[in-house]
Design a protein. Structure first.
Length: 266
């Protein structure tokens, strides 16, 4: 069984040639690259957030193994749902990182093998073509994350970091998240800055508390918290904001925007 794409020709072009040209137009050339432990990348349609995602991924060296952590927009499946299928994508099949998946599932009390949560979810899918553009031998471990307590985020991050350490191959964490939803540009920017300040300090607890206490509609708060915690456990010491923008840049509507941020953690 293959996991089939669900947002082709809506969020991104389903034709391989046109998709490659689209990616090329969104990805800056000749940027100095760094080794990263994790990135935060947005997951809207490419016309809106593709420029942020492209610039973010262009800043880093992408290894063969990537763990994708994204929010559960549909409420299906388990709270920490690990996909078990290879993915059939327009730019080619992407194999599951089976060894890493087994290492995680065999040692975890929280992560569960569950393809139901992945069936209709777009938050991970839109990241994959960018990763394929840079890494032809890409393997992914996709994880859809539902609402979790702070303690569950801590436990999930510890289990993930330990699995990565046992796997002992270069591995990138990608937390898929958009920022504030459907507020004015002025208010969205203000709210998102509160969250970004915590992210750039690698302050996972502060991020979790800030987003929940201020009711910031950052859809990927739980995967982002896990990624920050796991990256810190793996030795990350700094974070850099690559770019922040909102949907109004493309649509012209600044009264109801969605915020997008790209962050490199290393």
């Amino acid at each position: 069984m293959l996991r089939q794409p669900v947002v082709t020709d809506r969020f991104y072009d389903g034709d391989p040639t046109r998709l490659h040209h689209s990616l090329h137009s969104l990805i800056p050339e000749n940027l100095a690259k760094v080794e990263a432990t994790a990135v935060l990348s947005p997951h809207a349609g490419y016309i809106y957030s593709g420029g942020v995602a492209g610039e973010t991924f262009a800043r880093i060296n992408i290894p063969e193994t990537v763990i994708l952590l994204g929010p559960n927009h549909h409420g299906q499946g388990m709270p920490l749902a690990v996909g078990t299928q290879d993915w059939d994508m327009p730019l080619g099949r992407v194999p599951l990182a089976k060894e890493l998946a087994e290492a995680l599932l065999n040692s975890s009390a929280l992560f569960t093998a569950d393809d139901t949560a992945h069936r209709d979810e777009h938050s991970l899918e839109v990241q994959v073509p960018f990763l394929q553009y840079f890494q032809e031998n890409l393997h992914i471990l996709p994880v859809v994350v539902a609402q979790l307590s702070w303690q569950q985020c801590q436990q999930a991050a510890n289990e993930l970091a330990q699995a990565i350490q046992r796997f002992n191959h270069p591995t990138l964490l990608v937390a898929s998240t958009d920022m504030t939803h459907y507020l004015s540009r002025q208010e969205a920017t203000r709210q998102d800055q509160l969250a970004l300040d915590r992210i750039l300090e690698l302050d996972a607890a502060g991020l979790y508390d800030t987003v929940l206490s201020h009711r910031i509609s950052m859809c990927g708060i739980f995967p982002s918290t896990i990624a920050l915690l796991a990256a810190s456990a793996l030795g990350a010491r700094q974070a850099e904001l690559v770019r922040y923008t909102d949907s109004g840049e493309a649509s012209g509507d600044t009264e109801q925007v969605v915020g997008y941020a790209g962050v490199v953690i290393r």
